[in-house]
Design a protein around this ligand. Structure first.
Ligand code: ATP
Ligand code: ZN
Length: 698
């Protein structure tokens, strides 16, 4: 036993959170012995079993009843990382809320949102890092290079309530900044940030994608001379992430830009939160604690009494409903900058094409003609196809063999460039067979179409045009995306092909034609959010066209579809998000779906479907019993397989819970989780299980 020979006169018991998942049963803080009281929020190193872990001093500290006789069972804290201030009360309150709401152990969540490198550093190493901190790659532009434009009347009007809230120094309801693509939302973020910074406060700006951080960072850097900025996202090296986190925690960085994990940045002087593209699904964490950074931003803003601005051209229906109900304050930017028109939407009915057996047309002749015209005029076009690779499946028409993944309930995708079949779910990859592996037929053919094939077809159809492709395959190497986007901006590309990666946020100035290639599959998804997502994706894609007001009038958005009459496309044609949202909300209300109901999912995985199902059925019985006991209106649906049921030989099932009241669902989950832990111990066939509160993908 590792006890100090003599407990110091001030020795006391400290409660310490360590990284223990809810499932392990170590979900509350553990007691340790410290030489003297440690402030709550201090980072410490503590022994646990044979290991030494990073821990967080927590509420519950109490002096020992008899200081000279410490209980033998308490082990001492190994080290205190006291070179940095403890994590503040507001940060801890956010953590407590998030852990409770998303049903995770506070210690597990705390340690998963702190920079990973903190787990390894000794007090001396941390000291050394702090010494180096001023050399960290925290951007401090010395001179503002971008002009500060006069705000338009619409911008001034939209900004006024935010400025008033900043000046009043209290939290108004969240602001929902609803502005068309290119309507000047980012300019308003800059203005609001300017005021908060001038007040000596820190500003947190969340963006959905890592890819968009450099762009936004550049825009902020060009505006704010002498303001230290730090980014936080998962593509940083562990050392960078710690440096940037420390810069924020110590208050050196005044402006923090980041992806969803940045919502947990320690910002002792927070004064404003901005959530750009607030509807984006990437704000929802998909493993561990499945938190929504957007929702936590709203919570954190209220907690810290600071304004939060949620911006989008197509707000999440949850946010829209809050605004309708007056819980959020809507700020509208109804016009594009410079009075530019939105691209005219043309729905191209694929049924009008003459049918040729065996030929599926990706590009209608009319679209090819339109592309040719743009090229001749020296304008750029963007083709959006949300499927990478050459073809989603290889097929033998003799024996009907398909390139199924041996480990997943999915096809292996044909990648022509390196002649591989690759599974996009488990990552397994193999050489393309020369002949059908099942019947030997040499004539196996790709079915369907991915970006690689589209690129190839365009090159054939548009001789002389410079075609480029941007998707997860072309951007694997560090810096590749940046270089490719640069080429587009510089006009070195005539036709850009890409997945949804290219539809988001980019301020392309030369694109006058955007085309969505057969986006219909989303219309038939079992996920009730699919139409909402498709609409926002297409609106966003449309927003890439005509960003230069001089060209806006002749910019177009084409949608090649087999279902031109579908409500999603009809609303898109009118650029009418409000009508679309209203129609969707009416449907959701009738069907008892969010935001009119609250959902949680229990997911479980294992090698054997029957074992997983048995676990979920038993869980369902538990949940039903609890619902009855509480008299709560919680509906528990029977377990069903996930849309891709098997991945890497693991079977995945889920069970949906639905309640009209958030509180009822939360109460049930809280009581249920300990029972589930016990149940799991009886069901050895279950490898993993997790609860997802407010799930995004159903
Ligand atoms: N008041 C203004 N005067 C002149 N130009 C402006 C003004 N506000 C914004 N702009 C410019 O108009 C363009 C679009 O503005 P901004 O990027 O802020 O719009 P956005 O709504 O954020 O667009 P998106 O939703 O597509 O990201 C930018 O190039 C920006 O510099
Ligand atoms: Zn697979």
């Amino acid at each position: 036993m590792n006890l100090p020979p003599q407990a110091a006169p001030n020795a006391c018991r400290v409660a310490v959170l360590v990284d223990a998942p809810q499932h392990s049963g170590l979900s509350t803080a553990l007691d340790y012995l410290a030489d003297q009281p440690l402030p709550v929020g201090s980072l410490v190193r503590v022994p646990l079993g044979a290991r030494e872990l990073l821990g967080l001093v927590w509420e519950g500290e109490a002096p020992l009843p008899e200081p000279d006789a410490p209980p033998l069972t308490l082990r001492p804290v190994s080290a205190v990382l006291d070179a940095i201030p403890p994590l503040g009360a507001a940060w801890r309150a956010l953590l407590v809320f998030a852990a409770g709401y998303y049903q995770r152990a506070a210690g597990e969540l705390a340690l998963s949102v702190l920079p990973p490198q903190l787990r390894e550093v000794s007090p001396a190493q941390l000291q050394a890092k702090l010494k180096k901190l001023h050399k960290a790659r925290v951007t401090v532009p010395t001179e503002a290079t971008a002009p500060r434009p006069e705000l338009t009347a619409a911008q001034q009007q939209a900004l006024a309530p935010v400025l008033a809230a900043l000046q009043a120094g209290q939290a108004p309801p969240p602001f929902l900044l609803w502005g068309l693509t290119g309507s000047g939302k980012t300019e308003l973020y800059l203005r609001a940030a300017e005021v908060a910074l001038a007040q000596g406060r820190q500003v947190l700006v969340l963006v959905p994608e890592i890819n968009l951080t450099p762009q936004l960072e550049a825009r902020f850097a060009q505006r704010f001379a002498g303001v230290a900025m730090a980014t936080l996202h998962s593509a940083l090296t562990p050392a960078q992430r710690l440096q940037h986190w420390l810069a924020a925690h110590l208050g050196h960085a005044r402006l923090v830009l980041g992806t969803r994990l940045a919502i947990f940045a320690s910002l002792p002087e927070l004064g404003l939160i901005v959530v750009d593209e607030e509807h984006d699904p990437s704000y929802k964490q998909q493993d561990g604690a499945r938190y929504s950074a957007r929702d936590l931003a709203v919570y954190r803003a209220r907690l810290e009494q600071v304004p939060v601005v949620l911006g989008s051209a197509t707000p999440a229906l949850e946010s829209w409903a809050h605004a309708q109900a007056g819980r959020y304050q809507r700020l509208d930017l109804a016009e594009r900058m410079g009075g530019g028109a939105l691209p005219q939407v043309r729905l191209f009915d694929m049924n009008r094409l003459p049918r040729q057996p065996g030929v599926t047309t990706a590009l209608s002749p009319a679209l090819v003609e339109a592309l040719r015209l743009r090229h001749a005029r020296g304008e750029q076009s963007l083709l959006f196809l949300n499927r990478r690779g050459y073809a989603p499946v290889l097929h033998c028409d003799q024996c009907n063999w398909k390139s199924d993944c041996p480990h997943c309930s999915a096809h292996q995708v044909f990648h022509k460039a390196d002649r591989t079949l690759r599974c996009h779910h488990c990552g397994v990859s193999q050489r393309v067979p020369r002949a059908c592996p099942s019947c030997g037929n040499a004539d196996i053919a790709p079915l369907g179409r991915g970006t690689e094939q589209l690129e190839e077809q365009l090159e054939a159809l548009l001789p002389g045009a410079r075609v480029a492709r941007i998707d997860a395959d072309t951007t694997r190497l560090k810096g590749a995306l940046h270089a490719q986007l640069h080429a587009v901006h510089e006009g070195e590309v005539d036709v850009l092909v890409g997945t949804q990666m290219v539809t988001k946020g980019h301020d392309f100035r030369r694109i006058t034609l955007v085309a969505a290639i057969n986006p219909d599959s989303a219309l038939f998804s079992s996920d009730f959010r699919a139409p909402e997502r498709l609409f926002s994706l297409l609106m966003q894609a449309a927003g890439r066209a005509g960003r230069d007001a001089a060209q806006a009038a002749r910019s177009e958005m084409w949608v090649q579809t087999w279902y031109p009459a579908h409500a999603v496309y009809q609303a898109l044609r009118q650029h009418d998000f409000a009508a679309f949202a209203q129609a969707q909300l009416t449907e959701r209300e009738a069907a008892g779906l969010p935001p009119y109901a609250h959902l949680a999912l229990l997911r479980a995985e294992g090698r054997d479907v029957a074992a997983v199902r048995a676990f979920l059925l038993a869980a369902q019985a538990q949940a039903d019993a609890l619902a009855q006991q509480f008299g709560a209106e919680v509906l528990v649906y029977p377990p069903v397989p996930l849309p891709v049921a098997r991945v890497a030989n693991v079977e995945r099932l889920q069970m949906l819970m639905e309640a009209p009241q958030r509180g009822a669902l939360q109460r049930l989950l809280r009581a249920w989780l300990p029972q589930l832990q016990a149940l799991k111990r009886q069901h050895r066939g279950v490898l993993r299980w997790a609860v997802d509160v407010d799930p995004l993908a159903i």
